[in-house]
Design a protein. Structure first.
Length: 141
């Protein structure tokens, strides 16, 4: 009976713990800045995002750095979903059992075209040489 109770307690603790948010391909393109307002010149504001990791019942199972990393990844995903490529962080809230942050999402890089542009080049000097040679042969005849 004691083993069953321990098993149930461990199962509940495992189910209550959340996973840390991992980055996606899109969110990895979002840079995070703070204390550099000049970096936002020419950027378009896309919205405010919130990220939070950790809960009062499981914070002791996660390292602080993992919760900060997960919070930033949540915010980077949200910024990418808004069309942003830059996050400007506010000062984080001071909680002892979780990490919560606010940031503004900005689009600072010009949009890249979805299609590849292929340019065709022609060597005009070779064509001109061939035409000149043909004209010379025609006049010689």
């Amino acid at each position: 009976m004691k083993a069953l109770m321990i098993g149930v307690a461990v199962s509940i603790a495992t189910l209550l713990t959340g996973c840390v948010t991992f980055p996606t391909t899109e969110s990895e393109q979002v840079k995070v800045i703070w204390d550099d307002v000049d970096a936002l010149k020419g950027c378009e504001h896309k919205g405010t995002v919130i990220g939070s990791e950790g809960h009062f019942y499981d914070y002791w199972l996660h390292a602080d750095k993992d919760m900060v990393w997960g919070t930033l990844n949540q915010m980077r995903k949200k910024a990418a979903a808004l069309g942003g490529d830059t996050l400007y962080l506010y000062q984080p809230f001071d909680f002892s059992s979780s990490v919560t942050m606010f940031a503004n999402a900005y689009a600072c890089q010009p949009a890249q075209p979805d299609v590849d542009v292929v340019e065709e080049t022609v060597d005009v000097s070779m064509e001109a040489a061939v035409v000149s040679e043909e004209k010379a042969e025609a006049t010689a005849q």
